[in-house]
Design a binder for this molecule. Structure first.
Ligand code: SAM
Length: 195
């Protein structure tokens, strides 16, 4: 952490670490810090927790999680420039237990993780006004492909896997997960994989 500063004291303080165009995206597309606090404390109850953020943006959720808990956070992000900017900030403020990886989430095995965070990442394929920038491909076919792959992976996870979803409806998560609690007017949902 940079001496004398706390980037996690407010969203605007955190966002100010990034270029203006990222700050503008953050308001709509990246998790607010109070939501990240509640979600990360659920996903990483102890130091053995390994949390993956599917569609990590510039890493706001992962960075906040590593600050607020003792768990390990990995962000998977398709946009190369988000990962480059995010990893620079991680280094600059000296955060530990957090990394951003540039790839499509379909290339990774989420079995390597104990917990999953998901902020409706595929939505920009459906609502083109929600597109973050022109650095990725979008289509309803991609939405369907990503969603089917994600649900298949969720169903294959072991009993006890923790999942936090933000801005997702109850029916969008398979019945193999039990909804435990909701916060922030129901926008944040905390789930666990049933036996
Ligand atoms: C709504 S933002 C959420 C960012 C971050 N999780 C947070 O809460 O601060 C969704 C992100 O998912 C990424 N994304 C969408 N589809 C993806 C895919 N198939 N693989 C990897 N990243 C993806 C987008 O590029 C975007 O940065």
């Amino acid at each position: 952490m940079i001496p004398g500063t706390n980037p996690f004291s407010s969203d605007s303080e955190f966002d100010s670490l990034f270029p203006i165009y990222i700050q503008e995206l953050s308001v709509l597309h990246f998790t607010p810090l109070n939501v990240a606090l509640t979600a990360s404390q659920f996903l990483a109850p102890d130091e053995d927790a390994k949390v993956v953020d599917i569609g990590a943006g510039t890493g706001k959720f992962c960075m906040a999680g590593s600050h607020f808990t003792k768990g390990q956070f990995t962000g998977i992000e398709q946009r190369q420039h988000f990962v480059r900017i995010g990893n620079k900030v991680i280094k600059r403020i000296g955060l530990e237990r957090v990394a951003l990886i540039n790839c499509n989430f379909t290339e990774i095995d989420i079995h390597d993780y104990t917990s999953i965070y998901f902020y409706n990442s595929f939505h920009e394929n459906l609502v083109f006004s929600d597109v973050l920038d022109n650095k990725a491909k979008f289509s309803t076919e991609l939405y369907e492909l990503y969603t089917a792959h994600f649900l298949k992976q969720l169903n294959a996870m072991p009993t006890g896997t923790r999942l936090a979803t933000y801005w997702l409806g109850i029916t969008e998560i398979p019945g193999s997960y039990q909804l435990l609690e909701t916060y922030f007017d129901g926008k944040l949902k905390l789930w666990v994989k049933k036996g």
